[in-house]
Design a protein around this ligand. Structure first.
Ligand SMILES: CC[C@H](C(=O)O)C(=O)SCCNC(=O)CCNC(=O)[C@H](O)C(C)(C)COP(=O)(O)OP(=O)(O)OC[C@H]1O[C@@H](n2cnc3c(N)ncnc32)[C@H](O)[C@@H]1OP(=O)(O)O
Length: 283
């Protein structure tokens, strides 16, 4: 009961922020779900501003994540930027109009809400980074399960150069991903890493060998890379993802309880029985 009340008051606060932010219009997100493969693409589309995220896009991201949450056949979503660049963070045209403490609070609350829901999705999420992922764009990548870069792409938490800190959740997530020392290195220097550098410190999973000027080739190579993770059934992937999400948020004793609960949703189910009947060998 208490949880429901706090959930609905959070939703009401988010709805009120959305009313303010939807007036800062430019760009959009484009979602393309492919039921046959279970792999969707989500394009950050504001190319004349290097795919900066405007107020209206922050609102649209909330609604797009709702669509993904409802996609039962889905297994994964690839997030990438239109026209060869990932995302240049907050759209300056929006940001310049919300420089009050209240404006900053509202943007942070809305984007933290969006990125937390993105992180909690039942789907595997991949940030496919071409060109630049900077500021809020770099923060967005930290809420994804996997990060892939093309060789010439650059990823940087450049906030310090603007006299600000991350505010979309990327600072805290970076510490969880890399530990405090490496996170401080990136956050206080504002340095930008290329694919090889980011892979060396474990910030990205892989550097794609692809023709960076050809988005069809970049997407193809990304989908080929993803194949190794989407062979399971949607229900199994969802259950595995739920264990990982729970382990990130909970203490070990609570995560173990949750793991038992999730395990029992698949144990003895039709797929499990079928696998047992086949006497599989995992050679
Ligand atoms: C908590 C999040 C935080 C926030 O909300 O503020 C952040 O995200 S901090 C980071 C904010 N982002 C920036 O400071 C990006 C500034 N832009 C650049 O550094 C460069 O434009 C770059 C590296 C993204 C691309 O450089 P490049 O030489 O390839 O292209 P141009 O500079 O010519 O850019 C083309 C065109 O895009 C406009 N642009 C780029 N980024 C943004 C942005 N974030 N918001 C609005 N517009 C953006 C740029 O001004 C150019 O427009 P033009 O009219 O042609 O001058």
């Amino acid at each position: 009961m208490e949880n429901n009340v706090s959930h609905s008051s959070e939703e009401a606060a988010i709805a009120s922020i959305c009313e303010n932010f939807r007036t800062h219009q430019s760009g959009c997100f484009v979602l393309d779900k492919d039921d046959a493969s279970g792999v969707a693409t989500l394009t950050i589309c504001n190319p004349t501003r290097k795919n900066a995220i405007s107020g209206s896009m922050m609102v649209q991201l909330r609604d797009t994540i709702t669509q993904l949450e409802q996609w039962q056949q889905g297994k994964a979503v690839i997030i990438y930027g239109a026209e060869g660049s990932f995302c240049s963070g907050g759209d300056m045209n929006t940001v310049r109009q919300i420089t009050t403490t209240e404006g900053g609070r509202q943007m942070s609350i809305l984007m933290q809400y969006n990125l937390k829901r993105l992180q909690n999705l039942h789907l595997l999420t991949v940030a496919l980074i071409q060109g630049k992922a900077i500021g809020g764009g770099a923060e967005l990548t930290t809420a994804c399960d996997f990060r892939l870069m093309t060789k010439r792409a650059q990823l940087g938490f450049v906030h310090v150069r603007m006299g600000i800190t991350p505010g979309w959740g990327g600072g805290s997530r970076l510490v969880k991903l890399l530990g405090p020392s490496l996170a401080l290195d990136l956050l206080t220097s504002g340095k930008q890493l290329n694919g090889d550098e980011a892979k060396r410190i474990g910030l990205v999973n892989d550097v794609l060998d692809c023709d960076e000027n050809d988005i069809d080739d970049v997407l193809l190579k990304c989908k080929q890379w993803l194949q190794q993770y989407v062979k399971g059934a949607p229900e199994t992937i969802r259950a595995i993802k739920a264990i990982v999400v729970s382990a990130m948020d909970n203490t070990l004793p609570d995560a173990l309880k949750k793991e038992l609960e999730i395990f029992l949703t698949v144990w003895g189910g039709p797929m499990h029985r079928n696998a047992l009947s086949q006497n599989l060998k995992h050679r």
